[in-house]
Design a protein around this ligand. Sequence first.
Ligand code: FES
Length: 312
Amino acid sequence: MEIDRTRGSRMTEDRRTEARTLERWVRGWPWLDGLGNGTQKVVGAAYDAIGTPGWLLRNAMHGTSITHHPLHPALSDVPLGAWTVGVVADWLFVITGRVPAVAGDLALVVGILGALLAAVAGLTDHHDTVGFEERMATLHGLAMVAVTAAMIVSLVWRVAAPAPHAGAIVLSTLAWLGVLAGAYVGGHLSFGMGTAVNHNAFYEGPADFVQVGSAQDFPDGQMRRVLAGDLPVVIVRRAGSLRAIGAVCAHAGGPLDEGKLDGDVVTCPWHASRFKFSDGRVVKGPATFDQPLLSVRERAGIVEVKLAYPLR
Ligand code: FES
């Protein structure tokens, strides 16, 4: 199916947070868009070229499979922690001489390996961002690539020059400050802009059955969007029985009722995440969280739904 890549960003031009310094800066850097779009093309082509293993790897890197939670934020803790330990060890070595030089070197290596893995997950997530969100994600990635490159240069310097290699230590310390700045941008993506958060996290949903229509409102094989309490719900009738899941895609809020239905599975029209109607589970990313699942019943020609389990 045709994926609408112009939609999906929650960022709109009328955002009240326009005055935020970071966002104001990034709005003035349209050159990031070309870099972001080019990166997305390369990442998409690379995954497509690998075929089915690429599909599986992509699911794992998003966090759709295995972790069932966004993977990049978890992986990024490794370089952040290792490089912080490394900077402390380096300066304890320089100032006190009571910590061996190799301690900082080893932490640097661990951080670089963690950063490379986090970069794969981050690029996978970046592939499904659009608009201003994509531009911010590109800045975050650019910052992290730059600091990782600086860390690699510091490592090479340390190998080439015996301790105390003060220049290499200063370089990795400056790069560590860059890591903090890059992490700030990444944090803003999640906490300020809602990237990779569960877009159903703030709904309550009906704990008891509520009426959402009459039986003839739900013809066989067609999806219908209704409101159950505060929760948008998509209902489908298949082989006579009704199934219902949340209509707001957990990934970025896409309208699942406008997606493509294929048997028990609906494909989101925005970035092609796939969810099962039978249990709400996500079977293909970029979404990592399942859809809210609802119980459905028909009584005297009236259709009623309630949450199959609490959302909060
Ligand atoms: S909004 Fe991105 S896959 Fe649904």
